[in-house]
Design a protein around this ligand. Sequence first.
Ligand SMILES: [Zn+2]
Length: 254
Amino acid sequence: MADPEHEQTSPTAHRWRSLLELQDLDVAIHQLEHRRSHLPELAELRALEADEAAEATTVAELEERQSALVATQRNHEAEIASSQLRLTNLEAKMASAQGAAARDLQAIDHEVSQLRGHIAASEDAELEVLEELEPIETELRAARGRSESRALERSAIRQRGAAAVAALDVELAEHRGRRTALVAGVDPVLLARYDQIRSKLGVVAVARLNGARCEGCHLELSSVEVDRLRKLDDDALVSCDNCGRLLVRASQLR
Ligand SMILES: [Zn+2]
């Protein structure tokens, strides 16, 4: 479809409008690139990774205490098992020892009561260890649960981030395609100047002059300078005194 605005413009206006169009497109491309490299998902992932790292230290300490307590508990169990075995043997011996010397029976009886006391003490000690273990295991289960939900959250964020990147890439490809087409129609002299200023000043190289104000740096030109510009030919290239950007005067767009 023909662009009525462009059809009616003078060659000078067309020249400058194309340059401004290129500038707008380059600003849009720059913004898309910035969004692509500053996705909120990246910050969310970093925060989750920091949480994970912070909790990993606590989990490691808890696991260390847990395994020390479990080792102690196993020692108590081994102690109880061996004492019980000895006790069973002694009781069997007593049962079959009818007619044995009273002194021997008394010695066995003494050992049996010692063993029973020892078993009871070991069981108490084991119980204390189990009581100490319980809150640690509860906390470890909770920490693992949190870690699992963080992993789920991370994978959801990664998916969201990948979808955002894909959408931005489509938009960028479309903008870059438009730029290639547009650049072919921009006056080579203006384009060279535009590229030169961009390499020094960044994204914005060309600015409209709005009254006395440069829309690039938002500063006012002196009235002497404004007067000087007014008298110039529309094809003359002028830069802002303050920021060095190429200025487009209203008269150049008519
Ligand atoms: Zn300026």
